[in-house]
Design a protein around this ligand. Structure first.
Ligand code: SF4
Length: 301
């Protein structure tokens, strides 16, 4: 059975893992970047990041002083088809289990209290607030007997250079050109602020809010995994090359690794609209996840 206590414990565990241990694909991409860089300053920056990663993992301490705002993705695989499926979880337990997990993780890992009231700028309970932790829900597209939680603590430096535009829809080639120009302008404007090398998430289509959600969700895809649509995959490759030709480099100090990857997610949109959003993930591209089965078993992914 999936209880509030189980959700709380899993939340603490995946937050600890996310804060202290970078996913393998990100570490490997940073090592490759270090091996390929010729610029001495860029090499020094990447070496410092790799040493930081090793130390954080060894000492089980956060990778960065900005431990992020607590964001979560919850995928519900609750009894989707199949007679034997009987998942026993109260949806309120998901919310309160995650909230209590964040509270405990803040004390024990420990995490910096990053959450304040948006208007007064005053803090309340550390990392707990109005609608925070923010939880995105979706229904699983594969059938499994439980739920999956992804902890995705997001740093302010990379979040603060997010950008959005409602472009004018044009014939395909011209639209693509405008989208690429918008992305490149956002990258140049962001420069070293999002702590590059970044992973760049792009959302194209849907409505304004959907485009930004798609941009953020695009950051969850492993580095160098291409979009399944060949046209979008080609745009990802071309944008990655363009971004890395800007010379911004690691921490904005020059070099050829400004981004480790560009990921695009798309949705169909209104005939008169072309919403485009960009969301950056810094080199400390933290995430960790677990799957909780109705039997009470937990699989850390
Ligand atoms: S953007 Fe990322 S690496 Fe930079 S300070 Fe924030 S969390 Fe740390």
């Amino acid at each position: 059975m999936i209880t509030k206590e189980l959700i709380k414990d899993v939340t603490i565990n995946i937050l600890r893992r996310a804060e202290t241990t970078l996913p393998k694909d990100v570490k490997e991409a940073l090592v490759r970047a270090y091996e390929c860089e010729e610029n001495e300053i860029a090499k020094v920056q990447l070496k410092a990041m790799l040493e930081n990663i090793k130390l954080a993992e060894k000492m089980q301490r956060p990778l960065c002083q900005d431990t992020g705002i607590p964001l979560f993705y919850v995928t519900l695989g609750l009894g989707l088809g199949g007679e034997s499926r009987k998942v026993n979880v109260n949806l309120n337990d998901i919310e309160s289990g995650i909230r209590e997990g964040v509270k405990k993780a803040t004390e024990t890992i420990p995490l910096r209290p990053n959450v304040v009231n948006a208007i007064t700028r005053e803090g309340g309970e550390p990392n707990i607030g109005d609608r925070i932790p923010y939880i995105n829900y979706k229904i699983a597209d594969i059938d499994f007997d439980g739920l999956e939680i992804i902890a995705f603590p997001k740093g302010g430096g990379s979040e603060n250079v997010s950008a959005f535009a409602m472009l004018s829809p044009k014939p395909e080639k011209e639209s693509e050109k405008e989208i690429k120009k918008f992305i490149l302008d956002a990258v140049l404007n962001a420069a070293g602020k999002p702590c590059p090398p970044t992973i760049i998430g792009v959302g194209i289509g849907g409505s304004a809010d959907m485009a930004m959600s798609l941009a953020k969700a695009a950051l969850l895809r492993p580095v160098h995994m291409r979009h399944k649509d060949a046209r979008v995959a080609r745009m990802e490759e071309e944008l990655l090359e363009t971004v890395n030709n800007t010379g911004i480099g690691p921490m904005g100090l020059g070099g050829k690794t400004t981004a480790l990857d560009v990921h695009i997610e798309t949705a169909d949109t209104h005939i008169t609209s072309l919403p485009v959003a960009i969301n950056f993930q810094c080199w400390a591209a933290r995430k960790a996840s677990a799957r909780l089965y109705s039997s009470g078993e937990v699989e850390y992914l």
